[in-house]
Design a protein. Structure first.
Length: 141
């Protein structure tokens, strides 16, 4: 910080031309800190419905339905080739049972994603809640 002191022989009427930057910097720092504090924290989270407590062990082993999707999009229900309409009907039957069987979806590594997504969307539309992808280790490099 500098100060303008009069010259030896000059008059004291000289105008100070320099601006004092310290108060300006202090105000700017306070504004930046207030801005940082007031910015809301953004949570990048996925909300899940998790079970509460420890569930009792199952008395009977669960019924498992396996849906394989071949490389060309062919649907196989427990070893039997089915079309899209038959799949929807069977998924509706699975969803209607009081204790839903587990649906294991096993896509081939070469199948297009739209085929897998269509089966998962059908299961969701029909009301199937116990569905899982099986064989994901084949997709690891």
């Amino acid at each position: 910080m500098s100060m303008n002191v009069g010259t030896e022989g000059g008059s004291g009427d000289d105008v100070m031309v320099e601006m004092n930057m310290t108060p300006l910097i202090d105000v700017m720092l306070v504004l930046i800190i207030m801005l940082i504090i007031t910015i809301p924290i953004q949570n990048h989270s996925v909300n899940l419905n998790l079970p509460v407590g420890t569930p009792p062990p199952p008395t009977t082993p669960p019924v498992v339905v396996t849906i394989d999707i071949d490389f060309d999009g062919t649907l196989i229900w427990n070893g039997e080739t089915v079309d899209r309409n038959t799949l929807d009907a069977r998924l509706a039957t699975v969803a209607a049972t009081p204790d839903q069987p587990e649906v294991h979806l096993h896509p081939n590594k070469l199948v297009e994603y739209k085929s897998v997504a269509a089966v998962m969307a059908s299961a969701q539309r029909q009301g199937v809640t116990k569905i899982g992808l099986v064989g994901n280790e084949q997709f690891l490099q």
